[in-house]
Structure formats: structure tokens, C-alpha cells
Design a protein around this ligand. Structure first.
Ligand code: HEM
Length: 664
């Protein structure tokens, strides 16, 4: 009954939104038209796909993270949700494939019955939007199969993460990718869709949990997740709307703006419902009144469905920004922002290019860390200020390197890109590793009341002790990732491919930070999870990474061909020196810049070595003192005894072998 009502309100608002937003405008004579079937089926199937994706993500996240388990496996309710998620994921995969066909028909203005399979196949394999829908269908199918592959909590968690990733691809290629400032548009939409899916899907899944006591605890945990999603949906929705509208007055001057206002109204209603859950539903649930939750959640679900209906209509409606960006020059189209003027210190630090992904990461990173330190202090425990300064400094540097003016130049100048790369892979990681975030998290994250529930702390411990972490923190693996990615990225076509797509560029910058963090963690990390290696070996590994880095800089400097020519030739600024000169400057930055953090790591390593030696010496001294005091043998005495015994048995065997020989 609730489901039917939700679907009806979703469809109703979709139809209203399509009419209001102008998405149903009559076909322009002379322009190819896909016809009414595609015109209606496309938004309807999109709503279905969004709905099934949301339900799948919600059920998996609830089974893996909100409900208690049963030792290593999910609870019976969790098992039920896994099963249902598998069915929903199959529907999602079929809807995504249907969307693929409908999108080709829509883009080419060809009615469905005239479409040739080869056209659909080439769209799915060679056009970004087609590739993302095909990828989404494939991932949804994998989710469907894996949700049935077992009942372990680890598997449920992995499938929940996979489903969350699967909602993202269309955000990187659809309406957003064509917008002006697509860095913000694309990342904010991805964050928006993911947060909306967890928020709505979690509520749907909880409506399926029948047992009162279990529900009360799960709703309390969901409520914390929902608050985070509420904030994320608001911020990302506002950022996305700002890019599309171009100016605030477009909120009431454009049809697109009206739909956004409709969503804002829905957001306020849902925010109020969330507050009511916290103040009234939770206490009622604790008192055993299960219906209190069901009633409010049902109402909420209808508002959610209506909002998603509006959202789909929004994605089909022309944006006011589309008019101004149509006059944009090809460089602005390609970059998502106009070509910057020649670099000056003011330009490199000013004219920010906000990147929602890294900004969100830095805000959460700093906020979470300082919250942890505050909790530790509130508990009367100390936390070294140097660690806090190191972490916050690392996060601020990460935000600066990915959001300030330098981020603009990194798109058009190889030298600026290399400077950004060096900061992200060599300086930011030293500072972040110095903050010992895992140690702080394990000391401050609370253990859930119910031991059968795995909270953030338990999942972190599992991750730190997991086989993949042990593999990644193997010094040769970390060194391999760190060095090979340098050569693999710059001496193949990969750089050009990654520079062309926002998702690719984001993945590249993230890789720089992660590869650098892994290397620093292995060498100078204090957090648990890494292998404890003898210091001489660590120094050797670091020297090897310095040599690999130096060699990379030298080879780059000798290179006489332009790297990623397709990209750098198409964005080469008129005010810049020649491509090869700029590339050599980049090589110089890589070579010279790399030395400074490398020396810093060496200093930290040697300091840790000296300290470890001192600790070992103190331990031996204490043991010797204890032995003196108690007359018991200490390590030294035991060692000497061992040597003596070894010597004696060697002498004995020598004697047995040749009885006539004189004493040694
Ligand atoms: C109330 C909770 C909300 C939910 C559940 C929600 C859900 C969604 C979903 C699912 C999409 C993707 C639709 C698609 O492409 O298939 C979307 C897109 C979008 N949402 Fe929201 N949203 C919410 C609130 C907001 C708010 C408050 C704003 C603005 C302040 C907003 C602005 C946008 C924009 C601009 C898009 C992109 C549409 C396009 O492609 O042109 N949303 N939203």
C-alpha cells in the first residue's frame, strides 16, 4: 500500500515537473524527433531506475551497517534485505539498459522502431554517456549476483559499497558534464545522488524491519546517517542548482528554477520529518510503539518519491545556464571554465576552482579529526598538538592544491600539473600520516551498545587488519605503486585520457594522494596496520623510491616529444612558452621539488630509528637492572649462556668426530 502510494506521488510529480519545466515542449519542425514513445518512456524509465537504485542501496546499507549481525553473518532481517536487494538490482540493471536504448533514440531523434542494434552498441561502447549507462547496468547485475553469493557481513558491506558506486556513473556524463563549471556540477550531482539514495533507501529498508526492539536501535543509527545525508543533499543540491541557474533570480524567473524551489520545499518538509523522528518517534519506538515510526515514515516516503519525480523532470528540463554556455568558446566548453590569464602569484592563489569532492573530504577530514581530539580531551586524555597541526595542515594543503587558482593552471600547463602532482603525492601525505588518524579514530570512536552491531570503529579495525591492507602496506607493493604509477601515467596515453574527463582527473589526483600516503605510512607511519620493519630496511626502501623519482625526473627532462599531445595542444594558452619548454619546466619541478620531501622523510626516519634504539636500550637496561635486583638471568645473560652452550656443543661434536685432537 505504502509502495503504491509512493509510486503514484512520484509519477504525479514527474508529470507535473515535465510540464512545468518545459521538458515536453513540442518538437521543432525540421529537427529529428524521437517521437512520443521515447518522449514519455525516457523520464518514466529514469524514475524507475532511480527508484530501484535507491531501494537497492538502502537495503544493502541497512543489512550491512544498520542492523546487528549474528557473529560473522548478517541477521535474519539482514538476510531478507539482501535477497530483496538482489531482486531490485536485477530490475535496476534492466532499467539502466532500457535507458541506454531510450537515450540513443532521444539523442539521435530516431523513434525506437527505427533504431539499429549496431547504433546502440556503438553508443554503449564509444560515447561517455552510453558507456556510463552500460557500466551502471553491469555493476547493478554484479550487485544482484553478489547479494545472493553469501551471508557474511564482510560480503554484505562490500556489496553495499559496490551498489553505492553503481549509482554514480550517469552523474559524470549526463546533464552535469555539459554544464558550465562542470567540475562543480559533476561532483555535486554525484554526491547528491549518492546521499539521496542512502537517505531514501535506508528509510524504505527500515519499513521492512518488523521486530520492534531491533527497529528502535536501527532507526537510531539511521537517524545519524539521515542527518548526514540531509546536509549532503542540501549542500550538493544548492551547488548544482547554482551552476545550472547561473544567477539567483533565475529561481523565480526560469521554469528550471521553479522545479528547484519545489525541491527546496520538499527538503524543508523532510527536514521537519527528520526532527520529528528524533524528538517523537525514537522515544515512542523505545516504548514499543512501532506504528509511530511506520506512519511518519510512510508520509516521508511519499514526499521523497515526489521529490525524485521532480528531480527527473529537472534533469530533462532546459537550464537557464544552457543558453549562456551555448555561446561559450570551445576552450571553455572543454575546460568547464574560461582560459585563465598568464599566471601570477595572485592568480595562482586567487580565482578558486571549487572541487566539491576534495572540499567535502577536507571539511569532513578536519571536522572529524578535531571532533575526535575534543572527545579525547573531554575524557581527560592528551593528544599531541603536533599531530593535530600536521593533520590539519595536510588537509588545508590538499584543499589549496585542488581548489585554488593553481588547480585551473594544472589543466592547461604541464608544469602546473606537475607542481600539483608533487604537492599531492609527496607533501600532503607526510602531513596526513603524521596526524596518526587511525590511532585517533580507534581511541575516540564509540563502541555500539549492542556487541552484535559493527560500528565505525569495528569496521575500521577490520579494514586495518584485512588482507588487502597487509598487501598494500607491503613495502615492495607500496614502492611499486608509487614508482610504477609515475612511469605508467606519463609515458603512456593514460595522462591524456584522464585529463579529458572530470572523473578521470578526479581519479588521478586521488591516486596521487593515496599512493603517496601508502608510501609514507609504510616508511614513517605510526598508525597500526603497517608491517613493523627494521629501520635499515626502511631506509633502503626510501632510497629506492628517491632513486626511482630522480630517474623519472631525468627521463622526463630528456623527453623530446610532447606528453598527452591531444590534450595539451588543444588547451595550450597563447601566453605560455612552447609545449616542450613547459614540459621541461615540469620535469625540473618533478626532479628538484621531489628532493625536499624526500630529505624530510629521511630525517623523520632516522629520528624514529634513533628513538627506537633508545627505547630498546632502555628496555635492555631495565631488564638488566631487574635481573640484578632479582638475581634472575636477563636477556644478556641468557644470550651469553646460549652462546656458551652453542660453543660447547660444537666442541663436543668436534671431539666425537676426531677423538685424538688437542683441546680448542
Ligand atoms: C529533498 C531531497 C532531495 C532529493 C531526494 C533529491 C534527489 C535528486 C535526484 C535523485 C537527482 C538526480 C535525478 C536524475 O538525474 O535522475 C537530483 C538531481 C538534482 N537535484 Fe536534487 N534532491 C533533493 C533536494 C534537492 C535540493 C534541495 C536541490 C536544490 C537546492 C536539488 C537540486 C538538484 C539539481 C540541480 C539536480 C540536477 C538536475 C539536472 O540533472 O539538471 N535537489 N536530485
Amino acid at each position: 500500500m505504502i509502495a503504491v502510494a509512493a509510486v503514484l506521488s512520484g509519477v504525479a510529480l514527474l508529470l507535473l515537473g515535465l510540464r512545468l519545466g518545459g521538458a515536453l515542449a513540442a518538437a521543432i519542425p525540421g529537427l529529428p524527433d524521437a517521437g512520443p514513445t521515447t518522449g514519455w518512456a525516457l523520464p518514466a524509465v529514469r524514475l524507475l531506475s532511480d527508484g530501484l537504485a535507491t531501494v537497492t542501496v538502502g537495503m544493502l546499507v541497512t543489512a550491512a551497517f544498520l542492523l546487528p549481525g549474528d557473529e560473522r553473518s548478517v541477521s535474519p532481517h539482514g538476510y531478507l534485505l539482501l535477497r530483496r536487494a538482489s531482486v531490485a538490482a536485477v530490475g535496476w540493471a534492466v532499467a539502466a539498459l532500457s535507458l541506454l536504448v531510450l537515450t540513443v533514440s532521444d539523442l539521435l531523434g530516431q523513434p525506437l522502431d527505427t533504431l539499429r542494434p549496431s547504433t546502440v552498441v556503438s553508443f554503449a561502447t564509444s560515447i561517455a554517456q552510453g558507456q556510463s549507462l552500460a557500466l551502471q547496468a553491469g555493476l547493478a547485475l554484479a550487485v544482484a549476483l553478489l547479494s545472493r553469493a553469501g551471508v557474511s557481513r564482510g560480503l554484505a558491506a562490500a556489496v553495499a559499497v559496490l551498489a553505492s558506486v553503481a549509482v554514480l556513473p550517469p552523474a559524470f556524463t549526463g546533464h552535469a558534464a555539459g554544464a558550465g563549471n562542470h567540475q562543480i556540477a559533476v561532483t555535486s550531482l554525484a554526491l547528491h545522488i549518492l546521499a539521496a539514495a542512502m537517505w531514501i533507501g535506508g528509510l524504505v529498508a527500515l519499513l521492512m524491519v518488523r521486530r520492534g526492539r531491533l527497529l528502535a536501535d536501527a532507526v537510531a543509527r539511521y537517524s545519524r546517517l539521515a542527518l548526514g545525508c540531509f546536509v549532503a543533499v542540501t549542500v550538493s543540491g544548492a551547488a548544482n542548482a547554482a551552476v545550472r541557474l547561473g544567477a539567483v533570480e533565475q529561481l523565480w524567473h526560469s521554469r528550471y528554477g521553479w522545479l528547484v524551489v519545489g525541491k527546496l520545499a520538499a527538503l524543508l518538509i523532510l527536514g521537519a520529518a527528520g526532527a520529528a523522528h528524533r524528538s517523537r518517534t525514537l522515544p515512542a519506538l523505545r516504548a514499543g510503539q512501532r506504528h509511530a515510526f511506520g506512519r511518519l515514515a510512510a508520509g516521508e516516503l511519499m514526499v521523497f518519491a515526489a521529490t525524485v519525480g521532480l528531480a527527473v523532470a529537472l534533469s530533462r528540463s532546459p537550464t537557464p545556464d544552457a543558453v549562456s554556455s551555448a555561446e561559450a568558446d570551445p576552450i571553455t566548453e572543454l575546460l568547464g571554465f574560461p582560459m585563465p590569464a598568464a599566471p601570477t602569484p595572485a592568480n595562482l592563489l586567487g580565482q578558486p576552482l571549487p572541487d566539491m569532492f576534495f572540499l567535502t573530504l577536507c571539511v569532513l577530514g578536519i571536522g572529524g579529526y578535531l571532533g575526535g581530539v575534543r572527545r579525547l580531551h573531554a575524557g581527560g586524555h592528551r593528544w599531541p598538538a603536533a599531530r593535530t597541526a600536521s593533520w590539519v595542515g595536510g588537509m588545508l594543503l590538499l584543499a589549496a592544491a585542488t581548489n585554488l587558482g593553481v588547480a585551473r593552471y594544472a589543466y592547461v600547463l604541464f608544469s602546473a600539473h606537475m607542481a600539483q602532482h608533487m604537492v599531492l603525492s609527496m607533501v600532503v601525505p607526510i602531513l596526513l600520516v603524521g596526524g596518526a588518524p587511525v590511532t585517533l579514530a580507534l581511541r575516540t570512536l564509540r563502541r555500539p551498545g549492542d556487541p552484535q552491531v559493527r560500528g565505525a570503529r569495528e569496521w575500521l579495525l577490520i579494514a586495518v587488519r584485512s588482507r588487502p591492507t597487509r598487501l598494500l602496506t607491503h613495502p615492495l607493493v607500496a614502492l611499486g605503486i608509487y614508482s610504477a604509477s609515475l612511469f605508467g601515467l606519463y609515458f603512456s596515453d593514460l595522462l591524456g585520457v584522464l585529463m579529458r574527463s572530470h572523473l578521470g582527473h578526479l581519479a588521478m589526483l586521488t591516486h596521487f594522494v593515496v599512493a603517496g600516503y601508502l608510501m609514507c605510512w609504510v616508511l614513517i607511519g605510526v598508525d597500526p596496520g603497517r608491517r613493523r620493519l627494521p629501520h635499515p630496511l626502511l631506509v633502503t626502501i626510501h632510497l629506492a623510491s628517491m632513486m626511482a623519482h630522480g630517474f623519472f625526473g631525468l627521463v622526463l627532462m630528456q623527453t623530446t616529444t610532447v606528453l598527452a599531445p591531444d590534450w595539451y595542444i588543444s588547451v595550450h594558452p597563447a601566453w605560455a612558452s612552447s609545449l616542450l619548454d613547459d614540459q621541461r619546466l615540469g620535469a625540473g619541478i618533478a626532479w628538484a621539488f621531489g628532493e625536499i620531501p624526500a630529505v624530510l622523510i629521511m630525517i623523520i626516519l632516522v629520528r624514529q630509528w634513533i628513538r627506537a634504539d633508545k627505547r630498546e636500550q632502555a628496555r635492555l637496561d631495565r631488564a638488566a637492572d631487574r635481573a640484578d635486583a632479582t638475581g634472575e638471568d636477563d636477556d644478556l645473560a641468557r644470550y651469553n649462556a646460549f652462546l656458551a652452550a652453542a660453543g660447547q656443543s660444537a666442541e663436543d661434536s668436534r671431539r666425537t668426530a676426531a677423538p685424538g685432537l688437542p683441546e680448542a
